[in-house]
Design a protein around this ligand. Structure first.
Ligand code: BES
Ligand code: MN
Ligand code: ZN
Length: 483
């Protein structure tokens, strides 16, 4: 159910069940917390006894008693100082703590952060996210409304932005959390068509025969073994008067068994999340449309399973990608780059101002940067633009080198290029492979193999699909619009 958000009521007259206020690590109150402290003189002493120090991520809920007109008061810690991202996280932690109340009232948006209401609304909505589609008894949270008490934080426009980003992230999480059995390419196509219809976007679909006819040899090769046939999806957001153009390419592997170069059993169940790149692009495009950004965005989404049958591609096979380059497949588990090769080729044909691809591409990126940080590669200007956008959006990424001499690792003896190099530097050789298909214009590649999924629930991120990357892509679109 959609969370109702009200804005502008004063704290003294706002009606609700739980009041959420922030506290800093030094014990000082921020964002209107003094109002509570004055009326509940015993609160600070209680918090201290309960071990609540105001540290980032801490939450404590106490009864409001007769002192304030709220059944409960939830105090959320901010640490030593607050920035946009720690505010999102505090809001997410608070949301989870008070989701059992129907209406939450907060003053978090009064903290001294530009557009603070955006972070509060985003963190709150993203923190309340649950995935219950496959539970026979769904337990929806009780919470129905969030009241931002007191003027400030950027007002309605900031609220709308936080809401649009949270909607995009929820869309991404839903698709990624869905088991592979329930999201064959044709089903994902239907989802994309629904999103397109809801936002007046056009969509073009290539079925398995059209994929071959269009020369998408990588997608055809990876999809060859699957009983559920592959689809290439091109979604177009083209608002009137837009000048700049952005192409977003997302890895849409519905399930990655590894193919004939099969993966070990442990961890294979996570490979339903191997379409997170495509889901991230979809979530971002939906948010961009909801925000009405003035930019042309083309989302290119190759969808297929990477599974085994007598029709599967074999190690040693060679195919021709959309841009005419021949590719030798040494390891069928390096399949993401094969479908992205076609997606990037198609993107480059349109000569957009910028191409960005997003993919759960390599375990090596996860080894290099861990599960909280995405790896960013690309042409210098594009890579910088993405890194800056991620920083502005509050998502952790790090720039990585397209080290020239490693290009020889993917020289093939029989074709123009092969799909795997040596073990070391695997995230880099994967990116060098993609570069061969991205054309001559600005291009960046974001490897989200680590942060696409979370192994534990924390602040606004639940266990499972994280929705990481949606905010960065929206910020990329905004950055391009402004330039
Ligand atoms: N989807 C995987 C990468 C991955 C691994 C994402 C773990 C998230 C968590 C990708 O298709 C893959 O299998 N990559 C191989 C490439 C190798 C065969 C060159 C890898 O990283 O091991
Ligand atoms: Mn793989
Ligand atoms: Zn994969």
């Amino acid at each position: 159910m959609e969370l109702e958000i009200r804005f502008g009521e004063a704290i003294a007259t706002a009606e609700g069940d739980a009041l959420v206020v922030p506290m800093f690590e030094d014990g000082s109150w921020g964002g209107g917390g003094e109002w509570v402290a004055e009326r509940m003189p015993g609160l600070a002493g209680y918090l201290e006894k309960a071990g609540f120090t105001g540290g980032a991520g801490q939450v404590e809920t106490v009864p409001g008693g007769d002192a304030v007109p709220f059944a409960a008061v939830t105090v959320v810690g901010l640490g030593e100082e607050v920035d946009a991202e720690s505010l999102r996280r505090a809001a997410g932690a608070a949301a989870r703590a008070c989701s059992r109340f129907a209406t939450a009232v907060t003053t978090l948006h009064l903290l001294e952060i530009d557009e603070a209401a955006e972070m509060v609304v985003f963190g709150f909505m993203a923190g309340l996210y649950t995935f219950e589609t496959f539970k026979s008894e769904a337990k929806p949270a009780a919470i129905e409304a969030l009241v931002l008490a007191g003027d400030g934080g950027g007002g309605e426009p900031a609220v709308a932005r936080g809401r649009a980003l949270a909607h995009g992230v929820a869309l991404t999480r839903n698709l990624v959390n869905t088991p592979a059995v329930a999201k064959p390419p044709a089903v994902l196509v239907a989802h994309v068509e629904d999103i397109a219809a809801a936002h007046g976007m056009s969509v073009e679909i290539y079925d398995e025969d059209e994929i071959v006819a269009a020369g998408f040899g990588g997608l055809a090769a990876v999809g060859a073994g699957a009983a559920n046939p592959p689809r290439m999806v091109v979604l177009d957001y083209a608002p009137e008067g837009a000048v700049k153009s952005l192409a977003l390419v997302g890895k849409g592997i519905v399930f990655d068994s590894g193919g004939l170069s099969i993966k070990p059993a442990s961890g294979m169940e996570d490979m339903k999340t191997d379409m997170a790149g495509a889901a991230t692009v979809l979530g971002a495009v939906q948010a961009i449309a909801e925000l009405g950004l003035s930019i042309n965005v083309k989302a290119i989404l190759p969808f297929t399973e990477n599974v085994i049958s007598g029709h599967s591609m074999r190690p040693g096979d060679v195919f021709t990608a959309r841009n005419g380059k021949t590719v030798e497949v040494l390891n069928t588990d390096a399949e993401g780059r094969l479908i992205l090769a076609d997606g990037l080729s198609l993107a480059a044909e349109g000569e957009p101002d910028l191409i960005v691809d997003v993919a759960t591409l390599t375990g090596a990126a996860k080894v290099a940067l861990g599960v909280e940080i995405a790896a960013v590669f690309g042409t210098d200007e594009a890579r910088r633009l993405v890194v800056d956008a991620a920083e502005a959006a509050g998502e952790d990424v790090w720039p990585m080198p397209l080290h020239a001499s490693y290009r020889s690792h993917i020289d093939s003896t029989v074709a123009d290029i092969k799909n795997t190099g040596e073990r070391w530097g695997g995230a880099i050789t994967a990116a060098l492979f993609l570069r061969e298909f991205a054309g001559d214009g600005p291009w960046a590649h974001i490897d989200i193999a680590g942060p696409a999924r979370s192994t534990k629930a924390a602040d606004y991120t639940p266990k499972g699909a994280s929705g990481f990357g949606v905010r960065t892509l929206v910020a990329v679109a905004e950055g391009l619009t402004a330039s």
